[in-house]
Structures are given as structure tokens and as C-alpha cells.
Write a protein that binds this ligand. Structure first.
Ligand SMILES: Cc1cc2nc3c(=O)[nH]c(=O)nc-3n(C[C@H](O)[C@H](O)[C@H](O)COP(=O)(O)OP(=O)(O)OC[C@H]3O[C@@H](n4cnc5c(N)ncnc54)[C@H](O)[C@@H]3O)c2cc1C
Length: 375
């Protein structure tokens, strides 16, 4: 039986050219690709699935600047200006500038510290708490409002960024491997091999796997996280609301609870970090769900806790052998090998416009910015 050499199974893969290839179309990859596209640079952004379908999925994220590390504070501020610029470009709101509550044990000291960083912060009375976050019952301890914080319209942001890329976005196109050659990198996919001058890997939890295949260690870990989405009672569903981060309530074995409007279908998202979190496991899912339900029933009377959806998600962070918890990670890192940059970090959504600019500048020939160099 004769076989045609032109059959699809034996045809050689086409080679295509691009200046920059980006692996991963989460919020980071999309932001960088967006900046490069606006500069008229030839770019291809690949995702194994749909854009924003991994860690960047979901309706909303908290935007805040209250960081300890001055570099992260600077990045968050730069990002806040960037979000305003993107909103203008997009012609639609991407942020609900409602503010965010922070509840900590040493509230006086924390307020002073944050004010010292030039953040607009103040205590809010129980009456104002009810006004700004009507789904929650007022706290019995002081509540700090970070006035310039807000809630990011995450899904809208992903959709808008993806749309700005046009043909440069290749969804459902996993990058299978990267091969360094003199003067370029070969990016292998199932349908073509791309010759790129430089490559940025922003593949979320898969970044260490892609780097490992090139013999490069990227010190990033991930944990699995369950959060619950509850319907708000009908009178509250349409009201703008602040988000909250409560680090003071340690009942139910909890270190940290957060909540924010999901910004779709009148839902409110509640998540927690259990105190027995280990770096790889992220706590036991059944207990996390049980504790989240118990907390929501006690503290969030504006939610219908009899009906909920469970979202299972992954969060990356840099390895911190000695300091800090993964969800409080205050470090981002780029590991550079030749013409390939591997980006790693966590809690990134809020930084998107600033990271987009910073990483775009980097792949266009600048040095790795000081704050992203391995320590
Ligand atoms: C529940 C939850 C709540 C969060 N809350 C906040 C918050 O309030 N504020 C905040 O700032 N951040 C928050 N974060 C963190 C933030 O969402 C993430 O840090 C951010 O979305 C990560 O974006 P990314 O682009 O790095 O990764 P991802 O969104 O994971 O994108 C990586 C992409 O790479 C693709 N990929 C992987 N391997 C390949 C391959 N071989 N070829 C092609 N593509 C590949 C994946 O399909 C994926 O789409 C939260 C995260 C979660 C999960």
C-alpha cells in the first residue's frame, strides 16, 4: 500500500517567525503581549487552554497597595495608575474603586505604619462598615479602610486584553518545548515551530516544568485553594461593596479570611487560609470548605449560605523556606537563561499593567529589573 508524503501526519511542521514569544496567556502573559502589540512589536502569545483559564480565572480580584516591601508598594502604585490608563483605552471600567477593609490584631500600629507609607487609610465606624460592606456584620475590633484599593473586574480585563491581541493570541496551543539556538529560540507547538528572538515564560504553575526541561531551576511552588461563592440576598446584590481581609479571627483554625464581590450573578466570594496550610497541600479541602461555611454563616448574614459553589484553584508563589506564608508572598522573580526569561511569583493580578510594562521592557533588551533579580 503506497502512502502519500503529503499526508497531514507526515508533512513537516511549518516554521514561523516572531520577534517575541510569550508562553502563557494568563493575566501576566496577556499584559506583556498587550504592551508589546501596542508598541508594534511582532509577538505571539500561546496558551495551552483558553486565555485566563488557569489562575487568572474568575470574576474579580482585590487591588490594594498595602504591602510591607517598598518595592511591592511601588509596583502596586504604578499598577493603579496603569489600570486607570487601561480603563481609558478599553472605554469601560476594569476596577470598582470601592476601597478594601483590613482587620488585624494590632490595628493602631498597622494604621500608623500604612499611613507612614503614604497610603490613604483610616478607621471606619460600625455604621460605616455596614454601609460599605452590608453583607458582613460589623466587626467588634477596629477596621482599617484602604481608600484607594478596589475590586478588579478580572474577567472583563482578561477578555479585553485578549481581544487587543487579535491574531497574536494562540489559544489551545500548548508550547511543548523551547530550544536555544544561536540568536534565536525555537518554540515548538503541535502545529508549527516558531523562531523567536526572545521568549518570556509566564506559564503560572507550569513554569518550573518548562524551565526544568531546559535544566533551569525556577524556585516557584503552588498550593491548592478552595473558595466558596454565595448568592447575596436580593436587596444587596446590585450594591457596590468593599472587599475585606481579616487576619484577626483565628476561630475554626483559620489564619486569614477574605471576601469580595464576585462581580457576576450577584455572588460574593469567601476564602480562607487554614493554619495548617503546608506549602504543597494548602490544607485539607473538606475542612477548608466546612470552616468557610461555618465562618460565613456566623459573620456574613447578607449571604445565602445554604446555596454555594466551590471554586478549586491553584496559587503560585516563590519558595520561602524561612519567612512568610505563601499567600503573603512579597517577592517576584525572573530567572534568565540566554534568550529565555522565566517569570515566577504570586498574587499578581493587581500588578498587571505595571508588570506588563516592566516585563515588556525587559524582553526588548533591558536588563532584568533589580526587583525581579533572584536574591
Ligand atoms: C482564588 C484566587 C484568588 C486570588 N486573589 C487575588 C487577589 O485578590 N489579588 C491579586 O492581585 N491576585 C490574586 N490572585 C492571584 C492571581 O490571580 C494570580 O497570581 C494571577 O492570575 C497569575 O497569573 P499568571 O498569568 O501568572 O498565571 P496563570 O493565570 O495561571 O496563567 C498561566 C497560563 O499559562 C498557560 N500554560 C501553562 N503551560 C503552558 C504551555 N506549556 N504552553 C502554553 N501555555 C501554557 C496556562 O494554561 C495558563 O493559562 C488570586 C488567585 C486565586 C487562584
Amino acid at each position: 500500500m503506497s502512502q502519500s508524503t503529503a499526508s497531514p501526519s507526515t508533512a513537516p511542521l511549518p516554521f514561523e517567525e516572531t520577534e517575541i514569544a510569550i508562553v502563557g496567556a494568563g493575566i501576566v502573559g496577556l499584559s506583556v503581549a498587550h504592551v508589546l502589540t501596542r508598541l508594534g512589536i511582532s509577538v505571539r502569545c500561546f496558551d495551552a487552554g483558553a486565555a485566563g483559564g488557569a489562575q487568572s480565572a474568575g470574576g474579580s480580584r482585590i487591588m490594594r497597595a498595602a504591602y510591607n516591601d517598598p518595592r511591592m508598594l511601588w509596583l502596586a502604585r504604578k499598577a493603579s495608575t496603569g489600570w486607570a490608563r487601561w480603563e481609558e483605552e478599553a472605554g469601560r471600567p476594569l476596577i470598582e474603586r470601592t476601597g478594601s477593609f483590613l482587620i488585624v490584631s494590632e490595628a493602631e500600629a498597622e494604621l500608623k505604619r500604612l499611613a507612614g507609607l503614604d497610603l490613604k487609610v483610616r478607621f471606619v465606624s460600625p455604621a460605616e462598615q455596614e454601609e460599605l460592606l452590608p453583607v458582613h456584620r460589623p466587626w467588634s475590633r477596629p477596621v482599617i479602610l484602604e481608600e484607594e484599593a478596589g475590586t478588579i473586574r478580572a474577567r472583563d480585563s482578561i477578555e479585553w486584553l485578549a481581544a487587543t491581541l487579535g491574531d497574536a493570541l494562540h489559544e489551545h496551543t500548548p508550547v511543548l518545548g523551547l530550544t536555544q539556538r544561536a540568536g534565536h529560540v525555537l518554540v515548538s507547538t503541535r502545529s508549527a515551530i516558531y523562531r523567536a528572538r526572545r521568549v518570556l515564560v509566564a506559564a503560572g504553575m507550569q513554569t518550573p516544568m518548562l524551565s526544568g526541561a531546559m535544566g533551569v531551576k525556577v524556585p516557584q511552588v503552588y498550593s491548592v485553594h478552595q473558595r466558596l461563592l454565595f448568592p447575596m440576598t436580593s436587596d444587596l446584590a446590585a450594591r457596590p461593596m468593599v472587599s475585606f481581609r481579616d487576619k484577626s479571627d483565628h476561630r475554626h483554625g483559620v489564619l486569614y479570611t477574605y471576601g469580595l464581590p464576585a462581580l457576576h450573578d450577584g455572588l460574593f466570594a469567601v476564602g480562607l487560609e487554614p493554619s495548617d496550610t503546608d506549602r504543597s497541600g494548602g490544607g485539607h479541602p473538606d475542612q477548608v470548605i466546612e470552616h468557610t461555611l461555618a465562618l460565613a454563616a456566623e459573620t456574613l448574614p447578607g449571604l445565602d449560605t445554604s446555596r454555594f459553589t466551590i471554586e478549586s484553584c491553584v496559587s503560585t508563589s516563590l519558595e520561602h523556606p524561612d519567612d512568610g506564608a505563601p499567600w503573603e508572598s512579597e517577592r517576584l522573580e525572573v530567572v534568565r537563561r540566554g534568550a529565555v526569561d522565566f517569570f515566577a511569583g504570586g498574587h499578581l493580578f493587581k500588578f498587571a499593567p505595571a508588570l506588563g510594562e516592566m516585563l515588556a521592557g525587559m524582553v526588548l533588551g533591558e536588563e532584568v529589573p533589580a526587583m525581579l533579580r533572584p536574591e
